[in-house]
Design a protein around this ligand. Sequence first.
Ligand code: NDP
Ligand code: 8X3
Length: 257
Amino acid sequence: MKNLEKKIVFITGASSGIGKSCAIEFAKQKANLILTARREERLKVLANELENKYNIKTLCIKIDIRNYEDVESMYNKLSEDWKKIDILVNNAGLARGLDKFYTGRLSDWNEMIDTNIKGLLNVSRIIVPQMVERQTGHIINIGSTAGHEVYTFGNVYSATKFAVKALSQSFRLDVLDKGIKVSSIDPGMVYTEFSKVRFDGDTERADNVYKGITPLSPDDVAEAVLFCATRSDNVNINEIILTPVQQASSSQVYRKN
Ligand code: NDP
Ligand code: 8X3
């Protein structure tokens, strides 16, 4: 298992769910972390806990990845040491709504497209050039089973995750001669704030999504991320698809009463 001590890991969406669990997994490996999201207070609490527990260095940065200029100026303000990011975890993302496309809300579509596709591109465009220059690095994108098959009413969210899949494959081609790894971790149903966000804070509706099943935990996904990040230098894990045992596909889920 590759040693990650003092490696610099940049995580988007570290304030919650999968991103937060990834932060904890990398901290256990003694990596130094750049934790980003819009809810800065949450990042600070997490960073403080991880610094004390694992004796690592952290930076917390409030950022909305939809804004390219903000991402660029955030990176330019980093010290030369912190700029040398070894692992980029493109995790921040969301679903909004669950509707037929012909009744869907434009604001929901824009938020998903701007975050899941353009946000991932914004961050990658800014961070990857230094990996290219140093001929080393690892980009880990969080995709979804929704990027492999559509499901009823999943239209635009699925489209964004199909785009993430296309980008992961394209990135791999673009950096083929640069010594950079590109992995995609594609989970099925994970119990996080995802459904609460999707249903605008309606916790009852959100909880119903997971009724009768044992979903993945964000820690399960973070373990897969860590597995990719700790393979030997010559090994690239292209893709991991993981689902709860009770989920066979995006729409086939076995629920116990
Ligand atoms: P959460 O809602 O728990 O976490 C989402 C994270 O993304 C938060 O930290 C949030 O931080 C951040 N985020 C959202 N929008 C922005 C933005 N514009 N700028 C910066 N950060 C942003 O959900 P998950 O942990 O489940 O989601 C993480 C990823 O996993 C997403 O890409 C999602 O599509 C994917 N995924 C989730 C699955 C699931 O079932 N939960 C299954 C498959 C994939 P903040 O609000 O503080 O900015
Ligand atoms: C999240 C999983 O099935 O809700 O990407 O789309 S699903």
